[in-house]
Ligand binder design. Sequence first.
Ligand SMILES: *Cc1c(COP(=O)(O)O)cnc(C)c1O
Length: 716
Amino acid sequence: MAGKKITEKHIDACISDLHELAHNIWWAWNPAAQEIFHELSPFFWEHSFHNPVEVLNWISGQELRGRLEDKDFFLRVSSICKEFQSYLTRRDTWAARHASSLKKRPVAYFSAEFGLHECLHIYSGGLGILAGDHTKSASDLGIPFVGVSLFYRHGYFQQQISTDGRQQERYPDYDPAKLPLSLVKDKKGNPVIASVEIAQAVVRFRAWLVKVGRVQIYLLDTNLPENEQRFRDLTAHVYGGDQSNRIGQEILLGIGGLRMLRAIGISPSVFHMNEGHAAFLTLELLREQLAAGKQLNKAMEIVKSECVFTTHTPVPAGHDRFDRGLMEGNLGKFIQSMNLPTDEVLGLGRIDPNNSQEAFTMTVLALRFSRSANGVSELHGKVSRNMWKDLYPSLSEAEVPIGHVTNGIHTTGWASPIAMDFWTKHLGHRWTTKLQDKKFWEKAVESKAISDRELWGMRNRLRRRLIEFARRRLREQHLRHAGFDPGIFESVLRPDVLTIGFARRFATYKRAPLLFRDFEWALKTLSNAAMPVQIIFAGKAHPRDEAGKDFIQEIINHSKDPRLFGRVVFIENYDIEVARYLISGADIWLNTPRRPMEASGTSGEKIAIHGGIHFSTMDGWWREAYDGRNGWKIGEDITAGNESVQDDLDAASLRALLESKIIPLFYDRGRDNIPHNWLKIVRHAISSIVPVYNTDRMVAEYVTKYYLPQKGKARK
Ligand SMILES: *Cc1c(COP(=O)(O)O)cnc(C)c1O
């Protein structure tokens, strides 16, 4: 191509390739592909949550042709499209070697949310991010895989903070035609429509396809004119509305999801329920078996042999429970179609099937009908075995068949372009294929491979990028409130100061204000002129969680305190984009869940590849990863006394470590102004965390332990 003239035909083909590229969010983990769309229109890129489909919508055909007549640009676009095609068609994948039996019949993964990219507002927090990362790794590993979820046209809310520090929720309208989605159609080109019984109605729905590299996710959508308004609104919000909306969403996800797969002609070999929301799926599988003439016991056995279940919730109150009225009111019509007595069906969601007083619990249904089940960290597995032991009266607690697979992250999706370039420069292009190779990472961080100067250079770049992003966001927020730019945001935060990041959902058990439990101490420590510290917060509280909103307000108040101004900041509207800046720029990632309430947590896993250090209570993944040399632990590996005792102990431990170890180490500089001892921890954090806490390892573990046909009995 290099020497040849670019013809009209070449340009036509290139435009069609660009549209195909825009509609496959493979670009979400390929920065060079994003750069193409960014370059096409920096303005629309910035103002569309980085959505390539919007960029292409806004550029006229004529302009696009003109831009592609620029030979350099044309060649870059062509080369990205070629790389994309070769990714899609690669045959020598991990799955080709380790999971070829899944080839004919894929894994179907049901999840109420998927966090794939900031332009697709179909997630609320960690559960969705995990599902998104799981899907991307399934694609990278070449696993035949389809996801099922809902298309939420108002998404989860967009957060703004009012002048008095209160969280406000906005619900924009997201038009599927402007997103990287396509309507699922049959061979004749008509939309595929399926239906499901909810309450007394037959609710019809369509599906939007999201292509994620080599795999697909189907998003169900009831917003069709033929449905009653309340059913059109069923899929309006992520976890929106009351209990009856919630059960409706779960009926759609589980029962509707399976019907949509059948309507499309997909016949999975295993169904993975990511959290209990999807568990009604098992009732539809059961109905199918009964309708085909199977006896109940046999039918139950078959369903159980096809399903696996992951629980994510270490507190009993977090599990969906529906009372009899709600079940009969919403699921009654469906239960009739099963041809089983109502009580028999309701009993499937009870620990004691005969206890009609017991609420229907989605987790119980899922456990009853899965051949294997797991929690998402070692500790969470243990907590779950204890929580559900009554379901297995003949087994000891240790024998309860709930194992664990510790959560990971999709490393190349989270690595910032600066980190990607850094590792590529030092390790060569193939480092992205070595994400599970511990030896490789041990060598990679040796000082003969990478000098302290280079490593520190990356840290300095990433920290500055975060700080400038924070300043930009704070200025925008101020402009909205006050209508003018006071010119002070250039001096908020400093690029050479120890920077702590804290960003996650503002659920109260995560204890965002723990650092301020002794306010005088916080004041003294953060404003110490010789060794200053700054902290950047972000996070959303659930719209109905007033205590979580109080926490946000408390942080906002600290950030406005003149003695702390510019050292404590809160960035609005935590989402995947904000997360990307924070996890790459922070020197320390602070994680303070009240043990053992964080099933795993994953945000701290995203920092290692950027040279950040984790500082956390001994909960979730960190309890397994912490080895005394790769970060710091807050408190001990025990759950102490009541909540307030535990909070006091953890806060004291947090203060002591910051004061005696972390801050002095950061400012302990050589003559070259580099913190050599700090970087020792960074190096060890990289080599001990990167090759383990990633979704390539996690998905491979799901495949070998859970997805592949299992011989013999159900196992942990
Ligand atoms: C990684 C991530 C999460 C999950 O992080 P936790 O540590 O589990 O709280 C939630 N939201 C966003 C936007 C993320 O990027």
